[in-house]
Design a protein around this ligand. Structure first.
Ligand code: ADP
Ligand code: MG
Length: 256
């Protein structure tokens, strides 16, 4: 059992859209340097949970803190007050987010995509940001694509740029929302390899994916979500190979 400090602390999180309660009391802790993989059927609330961590969704109840600091709120007494947008944006720079559809800026080159946030949000000197971006591009195997535009790249290459862009902010935690599900099958492997490399380097990560083999390889903890709750969680060998809950068994029998 790991004893590294808790990096992501999700407590009693509820989220409703109108009458529809999409997250119904989520408690989850992710320790520094560990990889948590979230699996579950479509509509179970996985994306909403990631978005809640980043405060892209306001919580209906509960709290999320990263390294001990709340992301979207400040606490006074036992009440929470939402922070101003600027402060939320600042705190959010410490949380990397890799989306299903890459979300690169189409009008910027690959290099500019990576240097944009470090320069504008973190006020890093441009030359320093550029050097860092070049090193990251090398790390994801795209050193020769610095001056290309996103549309000139394959989906797999675009997603690798998106990962480099997220890493450029030295995030305390990196969130991935189905990073390979928009890719042609032959491009999935190259992206999973990069994510594995990032995991091995000790980055704290939460990864939503349907790639069960990949989950088995990289996860310290697998979380199975259904209908807005965590049904079961534990080491991959338990949850994936010896699930205890019927709902987990039923889901795995469909995706394996
Ligand atoms: P998953 O990622 O597990 O497929 P989501 O978190 O995307 O699930 O969605 C969970 C549920 O929340 C779905 O029923 C979805 O329709 C609903 N939902 C998500 N975002 C919104 C929104 N902005 N407004 C209303 N309903 C939403
Ligand atoms: Mg989703």
């Amino acid at each position: 059992m790991s004893t590294s400090p808790v990096m992501v602390d999700i407590r009693g999180v509820h989220k409703s859209f109108g009458p529809h309660e999409v997250l119904r009391g989520i408690d989850l802790q992710v320790r520094a340097g560990e990889v948590t993989v979230v699996i579950g059927p479509s509509g179970s609330g996985k994306s909403t949970l990631l978005r809640a961590i980043n405060h892209l969704e306001k919580l209906s109840r509960g709290s999320v803190s990263i390294d001990g600091a709340l992301v979207g709120y400040r606490r006074r007494g036992n009440k929470l007050y939402e922070l101003k947008e600027r402060e939320i944006l600042r705190r959010r720079t410490r949380i990397g987010f890799v989306f299903q559809n890459f979300n690169l800026f189409p009008h910027l080159t690959v290099l500019q995509n990576i240097t944009e946030a470090p320069v504008s949000a973190l006020r890093r000197p441009r030359t320093e940001a550029k050097e860092r971006a070049e090193a990251l591009l090398d790390r994801v195997g795209l050193a020769d694509k610095a001056d290309a535009y996103p549309r000139q790249l394959s989906g797999g290459q675009q997603q690798r740029v998106a990962i480099a862009r997220a890493l450029a902010l030295d995030p305390q935690v990196l969130l991935f929302d189905e990073p390979t599900s928009a890719l042609d099958p032959e491009l999935v492997g190259e992206v999973l390899d990069v994510i594995k490399d990032v995991a091995r380097a000790g980055t704290t990560m939460i990864v939503v994916t349907h790639e069960i083999g990949f989950a088995r390889e990289i996860a310290d903890t697998v979380v199975f979500m259904d209908d807005g709750v965590i049904v079961e969680q534990g080491p991959p060998g338990d949850v994936l190979d010896h699930p205890r809950q019927e709902r987990t068994k039923a889901f795995l029998s469909k995706v394996l």
